[in-house]
Design a protein around this ligand. Structure first.
Ligand SMILES: [Fe+2]
Ligand SMILES: [Fe+2]
Length: 200
């Protein structure tokens, strides 16, 4: 592995704390490890900082263990702005809430890593390569099954990272709409921001 001994120690400490936090949710913990490994692989493929990708992948679902009430309360406490209805978008809050909380637990986390964690649920019109790596890894880690994940996996290393992100994001929208679920309003802006650049 491409990590220094110090980085290995940091990752092991974060992994231990995450395992404890997710002790009642072993599948969520396994998913977090899967996202870590896939983030590392994507970072290596696309020339992104591999340690940042590993840390962001490992911690991205830190607050997924919270219930809706807790997430809404903490989002209000941190002043997190949510487009549309916060109650309808509660499933997206664990990203931005974790980005506000994690610096208190791991002060060494960089702004870049925190942003990637915040954006893994909501996305943004100006995703950085690290943001895209974590977003995509969340969708294609080894515990994700189905042709949807397989199609995206087949693009790794073949398509540019931005194209891979766009495809992942659009497939997420299709899933939300085909299930008749609430569509976070900003999702349309994000979709159009990337769809537009592909036309040129
Ligand atoms: Fe998540
Ligand atoms: Fe996740």
């Amino acid at each position: 592995m491409a990590f220094t001994p110090d980085q290995e120690v940091t990752l092991a400490r974060m992994r231990d704390m995450l395992r404890t936090r997710m002790k009642d949710k072993p599948r969520r913990y396994e998913h977090s490890l899967g996202v870590t490994e896939t983030s590392i692989m994507l970072a290596q493929t696309y020339g992104v900082n591999v340690f940042d990708a590993a840390v962001a992948g490992l911690l991205h679902d830190w607050d997924k263990v919270l219930d809706d009430h807790d997430l809404l309360a903490r989002a209000a406490q941190f002043g997190i702005e949510v487009a549309g209805s916060p109650v309808a978008a509660v499933g997206l809050l664990h990203g931005p809430v974790a980005a506000c909380e994690l610096p208190h637990i791991f002060p060494e986390l960089s702004q870049e890593v925190l942003q990637a964690i915040a954006r893994h649920t909501v996305g943004a019109c100006d995703m950085t390569p690290l943001d895209m790596v974590v977003f995509v890894a969340d969708a294609i880690e080894p515990h994700r099954f189905g042709s949807y994940a397989d199609d995206l996996r087949s693009m790794v290393g073949e398509a540019p990272l931005e194209e891979l992100f766009f495809k992942t994001f659009s497939q997420g929208l299709v899933y939300v709409i085909s299930g008749g679920r609430y569509l976070y309003p900003t999702a349309v802006d994000i979709y159009n921001a990337y769809a537009q650049t592909r036309c040129h």
